[in-house]
Design a protein around this ligand. Structure first.
Ligand SMILES: O=C(O)C[C@@H](O)[C@H](O)C(=O)COP(=O)(O)O
Ligand code: ZN
Length: 285
């Protein structure tokens, strides 16, 4: 068994009107919960791993856990570098066995975003690895980086065309008003902007970051406008932490981590299953 093709999985969603969830790996329990949910829902699944998560889990453990999950399951599984910051980490992830890469050069000016994204595509495509790029600035806290909401900027459609065509990326994450982490108010997605980008790039699967806390009807609308991958992390973290608080709050004598990590794993699994149903990926594997 091998990891599945990022482009094939996304294109199937794109053509058939559903999105595949990227769920971030933070530890063993996340890995188990995500793959169990995917198997029970018969859904393709993407393990997203950020630089911070790699530092926390270790690169070898990360790949080993994802590989065991992939080899023991019957659904397409992808191991994706999330918000890859530079060539160095991308190279390490390719060598370690990641199956796709996100290069996030969105904090640079357009020309530099295109240059760095193309450099990563030129590294990845010859070895069969597909690449996601990002345009505009997504607000909120992602990994160890916080972008103040006032500094968040929507992706410019003409720039999206240049980034995709000149770098050769396989999927595009345009900033359309979603944010990483918990939302302070109701999220306001710029659907007109999403529509414009989709019309200009009718064959490129789009990616929605900051997928936690977005109302179901907005998720469905985003999918109808070309979003084929949705990233979720915060909702899983909140579900896990809430149950651990509850278990420890009820009984101060609990000290065995298995007593609270087991229900925590179940809580993540339920959250992931609900997302797979909402995204329409259930039953697609
Ligand atoms: O913060 C991370 O480690 C991962 C996120 O950046 C991920 O790419 C994402 O977009 C998930 O957003 P969230 O659901 O708002 O955490
Ligand atoms: Zn993100």
């Amino acid at each position: 068994m091998a990891f599945a093709s990022f482009k094939e999985v996304l294109l199937d969603g794109y053509k058939n009107g559903y999105a595949v969830g990227q769920f971030n790996m933070n530890n063993l329990e996340f890995t188990q919960a995500i793959i169990e949910a995917a198997n029970e829902e018969k859904s393709p699944v993407i393990f997203g791993v950020s630089e911070g998560a790699i530092k926390y889990m270790g690169l070898e453990y990360t790949v080993a856990m994802a590989r065991v999950a992939m080899e023991t399951s019957k659904v397409p599984v992808i191991l994706h570098l999330d918000h890859g910051p530079n060539r160095d980490l991308v190279m390490k992830c390719i060598k370690a066995g990641f199956s796709s890469i996100m290069i996030d050069a969105s904090h640079y000016a357009l020309e530099e975003n295109i240059r760095l994204s193309k450099e990563i595509v030129d590294l990845c495509h010859p070895v069969g690895i597909e690449v996601e790029g990002e345009l505009g600035r997504i607000g909120g806290t992602e990994d160890d980086l916080t972008v103040d909401e006032r500094d968040a900027t929507l992706a410019v459609p003409a720039d999206a065309v240049r980034l995709v065509q000149e770098s050769g990326i396989d999927a595009l994450a345009p900033a359309i008003g979603s944010a990483h982490g918990p939302y302070k108010g109701k999220p306001e997605l710029a659907f007109d902007r999403l529509q414009e980008i989709r019309d200009l790039l009718p064959t490129t699967p789009l990616v929605l970051h900051g997928g936690s806390g977005i109302p179901d009807e907005d998720i469905r609308k985003a999918i109808s406008l070309g979003v084929a991958k949705i990233n979720v992390n915060t909702e899983n973290q909140l579900a896990m932490t809430a149950i651990i608080r509850e278990v420890l709050g009820k009984d101060a004598n609990v000290y065995d981590p298995r007593k609270y990590m087991k229900p925590a794993r179940e809580a993540i699994k339920e959250t992931v299953k609900q997302k797979m149903r909402l995204f329409g990926s259930s039953g697609r594997a």
